[in-house]
Design a protein around this ligand. Structure first.
Ligand SMILES: NC(=O)c1ccc[n+]([C@@H]2O[C@H](COP(=O)([O-])OP(=O)(O)OC[C@H]3O[C@@H](n4cnc5c(N)ncnc54)[C@H](OP(=O)(O)O)[C@@H]3O)[C@@H](O)[C@H]2O)c1
Length: 263
């Protein structure tokens, strides 16, 4: 269980949902963690779960801020490396789930907000992290979606952002392969998290939504953060040392075997 002993992993969007799940999973495997999101209270809660999973308090750094802010991204990478002395893995996980219909007339604000976080912030923080990853011969894991690989009316901006992230994974992997840095992606189906809260569900409505989603996943259930965390751990570890530029779909068969996605 000490697979990540000594490794330093920076996980964006780790104050909730999938990112928090990845943090706790890697903590149980000995990783030192740099956690970030905008909500310091939630970050503290996830850090506590990491300590309960087996790391010391000194092994978990929390830094609150907005990832769409360039100054913050700089501070985050610098603070991580200054605290731990190295960076081995960057998990680009933070993401927004809405962005509107592509055919709606009018303003571009929500589209731009989504692209700023789901694409631009990841490209930018990767550029900041790469000099350190070259030193550690580390790797990047991007958290995309199976909606980067299939169109979904009503979620067009989101699909576009994930398709862009997937091409980023593939091209960056080729740019860095000969330098010893791997770049891969996990593309989940529907996973229980906070991301669907933008639809203003009550708890009951959310469970009904997840039940409808489960029917679109041939395995018969939606994903849990741990399902994604296991895939991230594999791609971030030496077990996948001959894998780069790969999009690992973790979606209970929904991409190829599911019905049309309805939101
Ligand atoms: N859940 C799914 O069904 C699903 C399926 C496929 C892919 N994904 C992808 O998985 C990733 C994680 O999503 P999730 O479902 O775990 O969502 P979530 O529960 O809503 O968590 C999103 C995380 O991103 C952070 N975040 C959002 N805006 C931010 C900003 N401007 N600056 C810094 N941090 C920000 C949030 O932290 P704060 O609120 O503290 O800022 C939170 O930690 C996303 O990339 C998403 O597209 C999710």
């Amino acid at each position: 269980m000490e697979e990540f002993k000594g490794k330093v992993v920076l996980i964006t969007g780790s104050s909730a949902g999938i990112g928090a799940g990845i943090a706790v999973y890697l903590a149980a495997r000995g990783a030192r963690l740099s956690l970030t999101g905008r909500d310091q209270g939630k970050l503290r809660g996830v850090a506590q779960r990491c300590v309960e999973a087996g790391v010391t308090e000194q092994d978990v750094l929390t830094t609150a801020g907005d990832l769409t802010d360039e100054t913050f991204r700089n501070q985050l990478v610098t603070r991580t490396v200054n605290t731990f002395g190295q960076l081995d893995v960057l998990v680009n996980n933070a993401g927004l789930g809405n962005g509107g219909n592509l055919s709606d007339p009018g303003q571009m604000e929500s589209f731009n907000d989504l692209m700023n976080l789901n694409v631009n912030a990841h490209v930018s923080i990767s550029k900041l992290a790469i000099p350190h990853l070259l030193g550690s011969r580390g790797n990047i894991v991007n958290i995309s979606s199976n909606l980067g690989l299939r169109p979904c009316p009503g979620l067009g901006a989101y699909c576009m952002s994930k398709a862009a992230l997937d091409m980023f994974t593939k091209v960056l992997a080729l740019e860095l392969a000969s330098k010893g840095v791997r770049v891969n992606s996990v593309n989940p189906g529907c996973v229980r998290s906070e991301i669907h809260r933008v639809m203003n569900f009550t708890d009951e409505q959310y469970e009904a939504f997840l039940a409808r989603q489960a029917e679109m996943h041939p395995i018969g259930r939606v994903g849990e953060p741990k399902d994604v965390a296991r895939a991230v751990a594999f791609l971030a570890s030496d077990k996948s040392s001959f894998i780069t530029g790969e999009l690992l779909v973790v979606d209970g068969g929904s991409l190829y075997g599911g019905n049309e996605i309805k939101i």
